[in-house]
Design a binder for this molecule. Sequence first.
Ligand code: DHE
Length: 507
Amino acid sequence: MGASLNKLLLVLLGLHAASVLAAGGEIGGHALYQANCASCHGADRLGSNGPALLPGNLERLRRPEAVKTISEGRIATQMPGFGDKLSTEQIKALTELIYTPLATTPEWGVKEMQTSRIVHQAGKLPDQPVFKADPLNLFVVVELGDHHATILDGDKFEPITRFATRYALHGGPKFSPDGRYVYFASRDGWVAKYDIWNLKLISEIRVGINTRNMAVSSDGRYAMIANYLPHTMVVLDTRDLTPIKVIDVKDDSGKSSRVSAVYDAAPRKSFIAALKDIPEVWEFSYDEQITQTNSTGTPSFQPRRLRLEDYLDDFFFDGSYKHLIGSSRGGVGQVIDLDAGKKITSVTLPGMPHLGSGITWDYQGKPVLATPNLKEGVVTVVDMTSWKIEKQIPTLGPGFFMRSHENTPYAWVDVFNGTKDRDVIQIIDKQKLEVIAQLRPSPGKVAAHTEFTRDGKYAVVSIWENDGELVIYDAQTLQVVKRIPMKKPSGKYNVFNKISRSAGTSH
Ligand code: DHE
């Protein structure tokens, strides 16, 4: 009894010491922050010219990397190094501070959004591309290394232009139906509209503090954004990125939720969102024939709430967009009938399937969905008529991205989440349902994310390093045809495959 009381006291003392230390970091760091960082990252750490410095926004930046960035700066950005100005202890205190949550949840409503909005191009620009390349066979390449994007000619494999983006773009950029405009979302909540035909940034707005992803309606008129912080969804008018509506995400009891992701369901003329902390899926119709509109004809964007038994982290639609298959925390997939508004069956999806990277094809006359797994070395193939697992294809390790094209018999998957063989891309035969080849585009360097040209003849793979490259393969012979240097190219997106909703790519 005495021993356990002692133990309890020790634990309590330990906790107290830890909180004093944290508070010390906070106080020490605070003055340093105001003197050195606030002018770019905002006095409140919500970001300004520089990104927001909050724990949620820094999830993928490990602390040693943060220390290095503060000490040495970040190449090709305005972030200077502070190593010769601040001591190791001071840099440590600053690092502590930026990983400490804010005491109160900051506001980010229409007022803040409107203040943040930047119009880069007000006048009308020509309705013709200013270059000769096929505007539908361009790739938009997101380079995370120095936060830039490149527009690449998909026939010649030559860059047409390269421009700075906001810090840490995430998720696939989304396109207008004609492929002229591309919209980017950053983890810090910035949405940008870029005119590919004129190679010009049009406008930007900050719609959240920590954003998940965005979707653009199939008629090109609206963009919807899913936020982690605050717990909101935002509808923008794509013409000028002005906010149309901010939706507070709450259940009946008033409990608010982060939004896992939002996608456009084109045949339904609606946006569909999964919520992270409330077991519900929300559908927002933009079909003016069936939904309420205001005096200017704008849809009301009232959610149709589908109440589920479990939470959804990520999801995927079948070809008709009548069904949605969602993965939840416990490794069980739910299949939801979107018309009936309820779950029709469950699929056991072990590990952590990455449905956002799922692709489909026809296998023995039926549609199948294939998804990599973030935790296990396996690609899961699900029959989308019976919702039974057709096959678990063993791979060298957990993957992240998977791609194919209607004109190739193969699907390409990486080992991005593996502990070894991260430099390998595995080629799966879509009819044999087995790995038939292994590529090492740049031995020893992480290879990830494949995208095909418009005709499916070439596959483009990223070498995910700061001094990385795009490696272009002949998709039939699996031979390298070209290499193009890039700075940590993450995703790349072929305009035609995106706007035609190719089954082999993400939507
Ligand atoms: Fe992503 C897409 C969620 C971490 C790079 N990622 C997506 C999408 C979702 C998602 C829901 C689809 C949105 C869309 O395209 O509209 N990602 C998650 C996570 O939950 C996870 C595991 C944890 C997190 O931090 O959010 C995660 N993602 C990462 C990364 O660490 C990656 C590798 C680097 C980065 O940019 O942060 C990363 N995710 C990507 C990319 C896409 C993406 C490149 C677009 C893929 C595509 O081809 O469309």
